[in-house]
Design a protein around this ligand. Structure first.
Ligand code: NAG
Ligand code: NAG
Ligand code: NAG
Ligand code: NAG
Length: 312
């Protein structure tokens, strides 16, 4: 795929791979979301259609305030540590949604396998909760203040991947094993902060069911998407096959040119992709979303089987 987009092979910059994989994860999510939404269409038509939520914000606040109560804080961890099995291993990332999803999924692969508490940072939890229903997220969440507290007490240990070698995952298992053997030797209540961008899909194999149980799209978002698709369907004479089409631009325009030495897919690629899917699905209807709304409208206008998401 990269070859066909004219990108040189062997690009070696780790942060670009991170962005690329984070981006692909997001595209997969959108695609799965759309397909899933289509499957649930019939049930949804039986229920209320006035569901498109305008109360997302207040709902968010209520979700967060409910959950923030159960974030692990200083008291839970250091004065009443019965909830925590030291060492306390916390996955964290400064990446955005795609990277947060990957970090959480990777943390899940380690949970319940060791005599240790595997948790995620509050930042990861809040980020993925914009997409996922928080009540299914099973990993403990560390309050941001606790990281500061642990630092102040001198019990914070940060573990970074080998950024130079572009290896975001090989250090994880040894870090956890070392933490456990350290704890068994000295019983120091260390909080280990595992940083980076663990985006290796292979690592998730064998854990797909567990990840699916944790990762469930929020009802308010599903309802909104279903209503959007239902309204489209109601206007059509034949049953459409909805195909999600996400165009990621934004910071990618510069990143790809500067670091990958290539350009992101342009309208030539869009047309080829549309042609491919039209030939396979005679009733294809493309639902397009993008972080560059102007570009999306400019380059894809005119075809009756292309629908633009309202992006709201
Ligand atoms: C938050 O907690 C209150 C009281 O426990 C509950 O009534 C409400 O439904 C909860 N909200 C969410 C979004 O879980
Ligand atoms: C400590 O944690 C246990 C188990 O979660 C709980 O039953 C107990 O009430 C807690 N004690 C205090 C002082 O918070
Ligand atoms: C887990 O570690 C704790 C503390 O070191 C120890 O007391 C306990 O026996 C360990 N449990 C298992 C199953 O190894
Ligand atoms: C789109 O990109 C490809 C590959 O970089 C290039 O060959 C093609 O000329 C571009 N098309 C347009 C319309 O810019």
């Amino acid at each position: 795929m990269y070859g066909s987009l004219g990108c040189p092979r062997g690009y070696g910059r780790w942060w670009l791979k991170i962005l690329a994989v984070g981006w692909m994860m997001l595209v997969m999510w959108v695609a799965v979301f759309i397909i899933h939404a289509q499957g649930e269409y019939d049930e949804s038509t039986k229920s209320s259609t006035s569901a498109a939520s305008s109360t997302v914000t207040s709902k968010d606040q209520s979700i967060y305030s409910n959950w923030s109560k159960s974030f692990l804080d200083y008291d839970t961890v250091y004065t009443n540590s019965s909830d925590v099995n030291f060492p306390l291993i916390v996955f964290t990332t400064v990446g955005r949604l795609g990277n947060c999803l990957n970090s959480y999924a990777t943390a899940l692969t380690f949970a319940d396998r060791f005599n240790a508490t595997i948790a995620v940072s509050q930042e990861i939890f809040l980020s993925i909760s914009t997409l996922l229903a928080p009540q299914y997220l099973t990993l403990p969440v560390i309050a941001s203040e606790l990281v500061v507290d642990a630092y102040d007490m001198g019990v914070l240990e940060t573990v970074t991947p080998d950024y130079i070698k572009d290896d975001m995952v090989s250090h994880l298992l040894p870090a956890i094993q070392n933490a456990i053997s350290q704890y068994q030797q000295n019983h120091e209540q260390i909080l280990y902060l595992l940083e980076g961008y663990p985006n290796r899909m292979k690592m998730l194999s064998g854990y797909h069911d567990k990840i699916r149980q944790n990762f469930r799209i929020r009802d308010d978002l599903k309802e909104k998407a279903l209503l959007f698709l239902k309204n489209l369907r109601d206007q059509m004479s034949t049953k459409p096959t909805f195909i999600g089409f996400h165009i990621r631009r934004g910071d990618y325009l510069n990143f790809m040119e500067t670091f990958f030495k290539c350009k992101i897919p342009n309208e030539t690629f869009y047309l080829a992709a549309l042609k491919y899917y039209r030939s396979r699905f005679p009733n294809a209807v493309f639902v397009v979303c993008s972080d560059d709304v102007e570009h999306m409208h400019k380059n894809l206008a005119g075809a009756s089987d292309i629908i633009f998401s309202s992006m709201s």
